[in-house]
Design a protein around this ligand. Structure first.
Ligand code: NAI
Ligand code: MN
Ligand code: ZN
Length: 339
């Protein structure tokens, strides 16, 4: 089989590898589609502290089970599946409280273990989620990015009465907008970004109001309209955003952070406690595959609004470079395998 391998930072090869045999409890997936994410680019460029090389990247992938290991029902062969990249131990403290996404021995496919930019991948049986026939391939490959939004909203528990503010109209901001509008029917969703083309994408994904905060002060614009957001999601992830979010938030608001910056954020406790704000963080997803598959079944979200490009995997380098260089035109870039 062919696999996309990052040999070491900045060195990508399409390598011939032996077809893997599923071990006990595993299934083998013949991959059809995979999505490129910022973290794939970070591993490629050597900017992911968790990555070990060589590595087959890719943690957003969909395909068909073509072999099963011992102890796995052979009726699974032929099933269309999306793969949850989060592998956990099942017995540590975080696992015991329903947070496999921060398991003390967390393994993420495509980061700590070989992932989905490959003609085949072997994954644990329980990570391969059956996709009903009514959900098309292009939606199924987008389950993982939407699980990030499901995890965020699982913490924040949005209601129709919320006034939500989302920083960032990249893929993560857009999945969050779609969840807030399509699933939770939040009455007002505001999105801020520095790039007008991305703000236009946010509008297509359902944002009620978009604002370019590269040109003008968000604080002044919200004050003028008398808006105090009750739910703020930082999907732009600059360390300066937390401080602004605390200042803009309504009393009793919730703030959700998604960033991994190692730079400090400057905050004062009075700003948080004075309004009794709840500040959550959200990483990857905790058992959210069935949640998002249900959203797709019910037509509550539309992944196609995020997909801007599709490449054959032989052109993976061009695909990643376009994804990295053109934030105005690119959102989700997909790779096809074996088509
Ligand atoms: P992206 O880079 O495509 O999008 C970020 C957007 O934020 C860009 O459109 C950019 O113009 C905008 N932006 C940057 N600074 C801003 C500011 N100060 N105000 C308003 N907008 C600003 O990235 P993507 O894929 O959407 O991911 C967003 C962030 O989420 C990344 O930092 C990534 O590391 C993080 N992430 C976190 C995950 C988690 O589970 N916690 C999962 C996936 C991504
Ligand atoms: Mn991703
Ligand atoms: Zn664990």
């Amino acid at each position: 089989m062919k696999s996309v391998v990052i040999q070491q930072p900045d060195e990508l090869v399409i390598e011939e590898r032996p077809l893997p045999t599923p071990e006990a409890g595993d299934v083998r997936v013949k991959i059809t589609l995979a999505g490129i994410c910022g973290s794939d680019s970070h591993i490629y460029r050597g900017h992911n502290p968790f990555a070990k090389y060589p590595r087959v990247i890719g943690h957003e992938f969909f395909g068909v089970i073509d072999a099963v290991g011992e102890g796995v029902d052979s009726a699974r062969i032929g099933q269309r599946v999306s793969v949850d990249p989060v592998i956990n131990c099942g017995h540590c403290y975080p696992c015991s409280v329903g947070k496999p996404n921060v398991c003390t021995s967390l393994v993420v496919l495509g980061v700590h273990r070989d992932g989905g930019f490959s003609e085949y991948a072997v994954v644990p049986d329980k990570n391969a989620w059956h996709i009903p026939d009514t959900i098309p391939d292009k939606h199924a490959v987008m389950v993982e990015p939407f699980t990030i939004a499901a995890n965020v909203t699982g913490h924040a528990k949005p209601t129709e009465h919320d006034v939500a503010l989302i920083y960032g109209a990249g893929p993560m901001g857009l999945v969050t907008v779609q969840a807030l509008k399509g699933v939770y029917r939040v009455k007002q969703v505001i999105v801020v970004d520095r790039i007008d083309e991305r703000l236009a994408m946010a509008q297509r994904s359902g944002a009620d109001w978009v604002f370019n905060n590269g040109e003008q002060s968000l604080q002044a614009a919200l004050d003028e309209k008398g808006i105090k957001p009750t739910l703020i999601v930082d999907a732009a992830c600059h360390p300066s955003i937390l401080q602004e979010a605390i200042a803009l938030a309504s009393p009793a608001a919730r703030i959700v952070l998604m960033g991994f910056s190692s730079e400090p954020s400057q905050v004062v406790q009075q700003g948080i406690t004075g309004k009794e704000l709840s500040i959550f963080s959200s990483r990857l997803n905790a058992n959210k595959f069935p949640v998002v598959i249900d959203w797709l079944k019910r037509g509550l979200i539309d992944p196609e609004k995020l997909i801007t490009h599709t490449f054959d995997y032989h052109h993976v380098t061009d695909a990643i470079e376009l994804f990295e260089k053109d934030q105005r035109q690119c959102c989700k870039v997909l790779l096809t395998f074996g088509q």
